[in-house]
Write a protein that binds this ligand. Structure first.
Ligand code: GLC
Length: 543
């Protein structure tokens, strides 16, 4: 089975991971310094949010040079060394690749906007228009995607913020240039790309108006209908589905067998179209259902069953609890570590790729920075919306809050920086740093470490089939993973009271937490505890 189907991914947001030069911003040398710790945790693949040259208006998602490193983070030598050191530890590297748009300070765009005759004019999407925008398209941030340029008296299109002009993939030169960028990094040995807002790559050739929709708020897993529009003509176009295959084909000639993971959103049908009807499109897509989990056994059971029926092998589901755009899951659990352990066990034991956002392993908390004082451009756009209101409406505005510096130890600034941190460091209590949690066998960090390592050790977890098992206990989720050699059964009690279950098959606990224990044929599962049980019978059979 291909390696990327079996891996686990850990996302590093370079701004906030580890500073090495005292400027208050994380950097590559800092990450290098922490590499052994990441390895020790058991991480297999590291995904880096962008560290390319960028004005930093969207903290790196506005790139002005795809093949150089932003001086804030270090140099190309640092990057080469980082890649080498990651590989030396048998881990892999995935870079974030923003193909949809550049920064408006990118030389291509500066050239493009200089004149309607610029050779780079067609690198971007320009339309004539004076007072009226060329059509009704609303961007993903809820305003018209058209931006007027008084100099050339035309509009350019941006499906995100106006300083992020969309590239025009109907121009073969754009494709060629971006494939060149992928080649540059693949030759350096990177093992894959996370493709930023890949659902937005193509826009309708005829610029037709989007139809009306009743829906206003987007959700993490659905941007297709939002802001009273069905985004039929500016998101998820069939051309984007075909392009996914083209990129896959392009990268697959590299010997490291790199993979693509797409940030796309929409119905399962849309996700599947990106993955390709023969699983020949993007290797993986982010599946964001876990972001708005309901803490109920039924929710998780339904999710597993849905993924097994819609994304069966050779498709590989992904399980995502958070990222640099979403409220941290620990806050949605009211900080309850017992519940966090249950969720993470689910994430790691399901068939698919678990994706962990830095800090989740220690329960790093959300910040409380108001929308008004946010550095995030989305917060700046909505600065007059009070935090309590956005929280009440369940919309996440100030992404600074999920990007706070990592807490390594209880020294100054949690060991993140000697300088002035670019975002405030969260409150340090002795128990919530990496260092303190490493020393506590019951900590969340240790739970993550166990799960990362169990995945490494047991093929059945990485590649076995999955089946849910009905129980008489409404609050208990039970599922089985099987391959030729092993069967394991996972029991998770989402309820507030202890449950006892019968288990007749012979076996032994592989891992128990939250007080779960086996007593003969009876399993005792205290509230919010979990147990992974290994069935022994099959072990004797050959192969
Ligand atoms: C993606 C990124 C987000 C960024 C946006 C524009 O959604 O995850 O952080 O702001 O794309 O590039």
């Amino acid at each position: 089975m291909e390696w990327w189907k079996q891996t686990s991914i850990y996302q590093i947001y370079p701004w906030s991971f580890q500073d090495s030069n005292g400027d208050g911003i994380g950097d590559l040398k800092g990450i290098l310094r922490r590499l052994d710790e990441i390895h020790d945790l058991g991480v297999e693949t590291i995904w880096f949010s962008p560290f390319y040259k960028s004005p930093g208006e969207d903290f790196g998602y506005d790139i002005s040079d795809y093949t150089s490193i932003d001086p804030r983070f270090g140099t190309m030598e640092d990057c080469d060394r980082l890649i080498k050191e990651i590989h030396k530890r048998k881990m892999r590297v995935v870079l974030d690749m923003v193909m949809n748009h550049t920064s408006d300070k990118h030389p291509w765009f500066l050239d493009s906007k200089s004149s309607t005759n610029s050779p780079k004019r067609d690198f971007y999407i320009w339309r004539k228009g004076t007072k009226k925008t060329p059509n009704n398209w609303i961007s993903m941030v809820g305003k018209s995607g058209w931006n007027y340029d008084p100099n050339t008296q035309e509009y350019y299109y941006s499906n995100f913020l106006s300083f992020q002009p969309d590239l025009n993939y109907r121009n073969p030169k754009v494709k060629q240039a971006m494939f060149g960028v992928l080649d540059f990094w693949l030759k350096k040995g990177v093992d894959g790309f996370r493709l930023d807002i890949f659902n937005s790559i193509y826009k309708d050739e005829n610029f037709r108006d989007n139809p009306f929709s009743l829906r206003f708020f987007p959700t993490p897993d659905n941007h297709d209908e939002a802001f009273f529009q069905k985004k039929q003509f500016n998101l998820n176009l069939p051309e984007s589905f075909s392009f996914a295959k083209e990129v896959r084909k392009h990268i697959s000639k590299y010997k490291q067998k790199p993979f693509l993971i797409g940030e796309v959103s929409g119905s399962d049908k849309v996700l599947k179209s990106f993955l390709g009807e023969k699983a020949d499109g993007l290797n993986l897509v982010f599946q964001f259902e876990l972001i708005h989990f309901k803490y109920k056994a039924k929710f998780f059971k339904n999710l597993l069953e849905k993924n097994e029926s819609i994304f069966p092998n050779p498709y590989t589901p992904t399980y995502v609890l958070g990222n640099h755009d979403q409220r941290r899951y620990i806050d949605r659990l009211g900080g309850d570590i017992r519940k966090a352990k249950l969720l993470v066990c689910f994430q790691f034991m399901a068939r698919g790729v678990p994706i962990v956002y830095y800090g989740e392993e220690i329960g790093l908390k959300e910040g409380r920075i108001s929308n008004f004082s946010g550095k995030d451009p989305i917060a700046k756009m909505n600065r007059f919306v009070p935090l309590f209101l956005s929280n009440l409406l369940g919309i996440y505005i100030n992404r600074d809050n999920c990007r706070l510096p990592m807490l390594w130890d209880d020294s100054n600034n949690g060991g993140f920086t000697d300088g002035n941190p670019w975002l405030p460091v969260g409150t340090i209590v002795k128990e919530n740093t990496v260092k303190s949690q490493k020393n506590d066998p019951n900590s969340l960090w240790n739970h993550y470490q166990t799960l990362f390592h169990l995945r490494k050790k047991y093929d059945v977890i990485r590649e076995g089939s999955l089946e849910t098992i009905p129980t008489d206990h409404e609050d208990v989720l039970c599922f089985k993973r099987t391959n030729q050699k092993h069967t394991i059964i996972v029991y998770l009690n989402f309820g507030d009271k202890e449950e006892s279950l019968f288990q007749k098959e012979k076996g032994k606990p592989m891992y128990a937490f939250g007080g779960a224990a086996v007593d003969g044929e009876i399993f005792r599962l205290p509230a919010h505890s979990g147990l992974i049980f290994e069935i022994l019978e099959k072990k004797s059979s050959k192969k």
